[in-house]
Design a protein. Structure first.
Length: 479
């Protein structure tokens, strides 16, 4: 009996599991138009200085320009500058809204942009207040003016992402469903909003997967992919978003144990992103993520050498991107974690240790500022214990497996979706205690694991393997 593995893959959101970045509708609207302030590297004209306090419309135009400038700076990866410009625009709109209710919708729009700027800096805690205020205000505006429903739906989507980043999966899922419900009637009368619906559906699929609802995650993933396939035929700039949707389909199918069906969407996504990355280096990050998904699909099909080759390419690309922009170290940690597993699955156990250790070190740094990464740290620690165990280094395997159980116990208190992970971790630790001759400790851990996994396996075939593994480990105690 071997220790169970914990793969990490990207969904379309930054969630505790892994998959791909979601298609994100930019919160631009007719609420923010006008001339841009001068900024290095951007086509703009200088704002009019010293605007009279009485010229409210001119000040509103300048505030809108600042928010739009923040959006453009963010597109260039200049997230710190983007935040500063957006904060200035928000402050101006807040002052204007105090003078007259006509500016409240523009304030809400700017707050939505501010929340997104914080998310771009991986600061969901700072994004929460502006995201909540934007949703509350736009909800009120949409009730009196249907033209604001698009901004409202987009703001709800952003708040869902914020909740997800705070590891509040259930709250994020409820918001995601609300966003989908708003987009559907809009799309019937205004088909140009289909991209927004696809974005919301992708997010819904990601969150259902994070909540352990694997079968339910498939339909919204398939619907989003079909919408974006149709849209990308006429708009080549949407090919990247279509690639992300394909990767989510592959991720869900792999999680459902449908390895062969996961391969084709992952291959198509990689092909699309290779083409895009050839002329746009900013797409290399997305290509690296797609390669991770493809490597996992090859591994799920038992094509271990192909999985290893793709995982090596993914890790190399993620390292290159992270060296250019340290904000993307999470991508590197994920790629290294899966590379370690690919080495182990290919029988190259000694080589599995170094990338897994590096992944753990990266996650330890990341969780200091982003607690949502604790689930990924627990997976990586579990894999480190597995790597040591397969080298016969039982004493070295013990500390990471003990730490894994401790992390997951804390996570389960916040989100019951982690019960399956905790059951697997308890089984792994119990099996290790068994190998070390510590039978009483092994029995307690394995019985706790069985108590957790039995009801999960009864309602979800995904956990049948974990149930069989735990029962087999308990049987060994009787010999």
């Amino acid at each position: 009996m071997r220790l169970a593995t914990h793969h990490t893959a990207w969904p379309m959101l930054l969630t505790a599991a892994f998959a791909v970045e979601a298609v994100q509708a930019r919160p631009t609207s007719t609420l923010g138009t006008g001339v841009l302030r001068q900024a290095p590297g951007l086509e703009a004209v200088a704002a009019v200085p010293d605007l009279p306090a009485s010229d409210l419309e001119a000040r509103a135009a300048l505030a809108a320009n600042l928010v739009n400038l923040g959006n453009q700076l963010s597109d260039q990866g200049r997230h710190g500058e983007a935040l500063a410009a957006t904060e200035e625009g928000v402050a101006m709109f807040r002052a204007l809204a105090d003078k007259g209710p006509a500016f409240r919708a523009q304030l809400a729009w700017s707050l939505h942009s501010l929340a997104r700027r914080h998310l771009a800096l991986d600061r969901p805690g700072d994004a929460l207040a502006p995201a909540q205020e934007a949703v509350a205000s736009l909800r009120e505006e949409a009730q009196t003016n249907p033209l604001h429903q698009r901004e409202w739906a987009s703001a709800i989507h952003t708040l869902s992402r914020v909740r997800s980043g705070l590891n509040q999966t259930r709250e994020a899922l409820a918001l995601s469903r609300e966003a989908v419900a708003i987009w559907r009637p809009l799309v019937k009368t205004q088909p140009l909003h289909r991209a927004g619906l696809a974005d919301a559906l992708s997010n819904n699929s990601v969150l259902l997967l994070a909540d352990g609802q694997r079968q339910e995650a498939l339909d919204p993933a398939l619907e989003a992919e079909q919408i974006l396939r149709d849209l990308a035929r006429g708009k080549t700039e949407l090919r990247g978003e279509h690639a992300n949707a394909l990767l989510q389909v592959g991720t869900v199918r792999r999680e459902l144990g449908q390895g062969p069906q996961s391969l084709a969407p992952n291959q198509e996504a990689v092909a699309l992103l290779r083409e895009l990355a050839a002329s746009d280096t900013s797409q290399r990050r997305h290509l690296g993520r797609a390669l991770i998904g493809l490597g996992l699909s090859y591994g799920a099909m038992g094509r271990l050498e192909e999985s290893l080759a793709i995982s090596q390419e993914a890790a190399a690309m993620a390292r290159e991107v992270a060296q250019t922009n340290p904000q993307y170290r999470l991508d590197l940690a994920i790629a290294l974690n899966n590379l370690g597993l690919a080495y182990g699955d290919a029988g190259r156990r000694q080589e599995a240790l170094a990338p897994t250790q590096e992944a753990v070190s990266l996650y330890r740094v990341l969780v200091k500022t982003q607690t949502a990464d604790r689930a990924d740290l627990s997976s990586s620690l579990s894999n480190l214990g597995k790597a040591h165990g397969e080298l016969g280094q039982l004493r070295e395997a013990l500390p990471p497996l003990v730490e894994t159980v401790g992390l997951l116990r804390a996570l389960v208190k916040d989100s019951p979706a982690h019960r399956g992970d905790l059951a697997r971790a308890l089984s792994n630790l119990g099996y290790l205690r068994l190998l070390m001759g510590q039978k009483d400790q092994a029995r307690a851990l394995l019985e706790e694991s069985l108590e957790l996994v039995r009801p999960l396996a009864a309602s979800n075939p995904y956990y049948q393997g974990d149930l069989r593994r735990t029962i087999a480990n308990l049987e060994q105690l009787k010999r």
